[in-house]
Design a binder for this molecule. Structure first.
Ligand code: SAM
Length: 294
């Protein structure tokens, strides 16, 4: 499927997270399930600034599953029947690692998926919709409440699914005003954001108000001080915010995981890949790139 170049940011993060899981669970005899509620068709293609294509998240997860030294399975869903057909073709070589493929609305299919999961296991929900109105808070809340008591080094904690969410603050606004406020209420599960936006004194950018509202909603389940990590993906040229990627886990090692994750995320922001993109994009726009002088 055609994506924007910036989709590489979320795929980089997902790959990094899956590598952490692979290291943490190696040889521990545990089970892990990756659940992708908006999976796409398994391949990502960009046309600009150059034609490029790479594995979509389902194939990345399946390759990881194939090389994992523990039980690693995947569940996929997408509303578009053509994408699911193409995905089924692409994932056929990995069928031993697939627990289910669905073609339904994310807001309803998650109930079926939860019945397939074991709440004592480690389960990751990757939630990457096109727009905020494709997922409601009621769904996220039910996923957060899929909990069990677990132990780490003799101490108990509440295990909840791990979350990697692309919060679509971009589609929540248009022309500097909230777009379709009722759909924002449904996505955030509250209308408390309205007061802050209406308050003329608030200088906080609108996307940050949406983010904070969402993190407050998550707070009873994942403490934003220690269980949540947020990555901002910004446009390279003008640094305007494209999307927030929110990662949440209740595991007691969260802060350790997040600090190594943060380093990994920084590598992406500095990577040759991004510099190469900038230079190609500049050339495509007819500007002279500094690299032309090398
Ligand atoms: C942003 S794309 C996902 C891309 C993919 N996760 C990736 O990282 O490349 C969103 C996908 O959600 C699907 N979709 C749209 N509305 C949906 C819904 N209500 N429930 C499930 N899937 C939906 C679209 O067909 C599209 O493939």
């Amino acid at each position: 499927m055609d994506v924007n170049f910036y989709a590489k940011g979320k795929h980089w993060c997902l790959r990094g997270y899956l590598s952490i899981v692979r290291n943490v669970l190696k040889g521990k005899g545990r089970s892990f399930t990756y659940i992708d509620l908006f999976s796409g068709d398994g391949i990502c293609t960009v046309q600009k600034p150059i034609h490029d294509s790479w594995d979509g998240p389902p194939i990345t997860a399946l390759k990881c599953a194939k090389n994992a030294a523990f039980d690693f399975k995947c569940i996929f869903n997408d509303l578009d029947p053509d994408k699911i057909k193409n995905l089924n073709d692409r994932i056929a070589p990995y069928k031993d690692f697939v627990r289910g493929v669905y073609n339904e609305e994310a807001d309803s299919v998650y109930r079926k998926i939860l019945t397939q999961l074991n709440r004592e296991d480690m389960n990751l929900f990757y939630i990457d919709p096109n727009k905020h109105s494709d997922i409601s808070w009621a769904t996220i809340k039910d996923i957060c409440e899929f909990e069990s008591t677990a132990y780490y080094k003799g101490k108990s904690f509440i295990r909840r699914p791990e979350l990697l969410i692309n919060l679509m603050t971009h589609s929540m606004q248009r022309g500097g005003v909230p777009y379709d406020p009722d759909s924002i209420d449904k996505c955030l599960g509250t209308s408390s954001w309205r007061e802050q936006i209406e308050s003329k004194s608030s200088r906080t950018p609108m996307h940050k108000i949406f983010l904070d509202t969402f993190l407050n909603q998550l707070q009873p389940y994942y403490d934003k001080g220690k269980n949540v990590f947020v990555m901002e993906v910004r446009q390279l040229e003008n640094k305007s915010l494209l999307y927030y990627l929110i990662f949440a886990t209740t595991h007691p090692l969260a802060s350790k995981i997040f600090s190594s994750y943060q380093e990994y995320v920084k590598q992406y922001q500095k990577s040759d890949l991004m510099n190469e993109y900038l230079s190609l994009d500049a050339r495509a726009k007819g500007l002279t790139s500094l690299l032309d002088f090398k």
